[in-house]
Design a binder for this molecule. Structure first.
Ligand code: PDD
Length: 289
């Protein structure tokens, strides 16, 4: 069965899915994106992802390419046509096609591209190994809350992590506080069992996994604080983990050359992962009310 993508009004085989060379996404990274996880052929937190897409677009004065209901129909159709059970839908919206000129074009219509990717869930062995993280300076712009397709600093950070044998790079502001990973949000659990993650202002992307986990954490009555934490504090943390649509809740066992806790995935982290899974699969757990 050929993998299908949706490109500006048409479903096309993935290998023939192309955009114009003067698309402003291609020339200026003038666009935004969303990655929506799919579990059991069902989109997770679709409304929240669409809310963030709308917000990112409005911050850049790009209009929604289609009404929300149509976007939802297109996603459902892509899942159906690709028989996607586990993976994600990638949605990208750019300002559209126009002769190259920095200022906004008057007439361009936003481009909409949607693709799917199958993904295997992390195995138990992968989870038990956990992830290692390095820290790198945060080289990004000051509107990290916008889910812009301009990801060059994130790619450089991730590549640096890979070359160091790590899974993720935690980016650090000049004041020594961790902002977030190159494609994930960063969390620690302090020695007195407090969950800490950075407040979602302009300094980070407000992850949808982050938001859902916060709901689950509150419902479970766990102690939780939204504030910046330093690299030093992360080294001393009892547990650490990162969240994203493709990783869900991933334990961190090492940060730079420091083992986190005893160097194994934390007990509370694994419990949070289960809380989140209960939430996304609709299991009758503590996470749902
Ligand atoms: N990345 N921070 C950054 C910089 C991200 O790129 C992402 C997501 C997150 C987590 O957000 P969410 O929980 O909504 O996935 C945080 C996606 C998955 C990506 O670029 O592939």
């Amino acid at each position: 069965m050929p993998r299908l993508a949706y490109v500006n009004g048409r479903f096309v085989p993935h290998r023939h899915a192309v955009v114009h060379i003067e698309d402003r996404g291609y020339q200026f990274a003038d666009g935004v994106y969303e990655v929506v996880p799919v579990f059991y052929a069902r989109l997770i937190d679709e409304e929240a992802h669409l809310d963030r897409l709308e917000r990112s677009l409005s911050e850049l004065q790009i209009s929604m390419p289609k009404p929300r209901k149509i976007m939802q129909m297109l996603s459902a159709e892509l899942i159906r046509r690709n028989q996607l059970t586990y993976g994600f839908i990638y949605t990208q919206v750019t300002r559209g096609v126009a002769p190259r000129d920095h200022k906004f074009p008057k007439a361009a219509r936003p481009s909409l591209v949607m693709t799917v990717r199958q993904m295997k869930p992390h195995t138990e062995a992968e989870l038990q190994r956990g992830a290692t993280v390095i820290t790198v300076p945060d080289q990004r712009w000051q509107r990290r809350d916008i889910k812009s397709i301009s990801l060059l600093p994130n790619c450089l950070a991730k590549q640096q992590a890979v070359e160091a044998g790590a899974a993720e790079a935690w980016q650090v502001d000049p004041d020594g506080t961790v902002t977030e990973g190159s494609s994930t949000n960063a969390w620690i659990i302090t020695a007195d069992n407090k969950l800490v993650t950075r407040k979602a202002d302009h300094s980070i992307l407000n992850g949808i996994t982050r938001l859902s986990l916060i709901e689950a954490v509150k419902a479970a009555g766990l102690e939780f604080e939204e504030r910046p934490f330093t690299v030093e504090e992360a080294y001393q943390a009892r547990e650490a983990f990162f969240t994203s649509s493709t990783n869900l809740v991933m334990p961190v066992v090492r940060i730079d050359d420091q083992a986190v806790g005893n160097g194994y995935p934390g007990i509370l982290t694994m419990r949070l992962r289960q809380l989140y899974l209960d939430y996304v699969t609709g299991a009758p757990g503590e996470a749902r009310n």
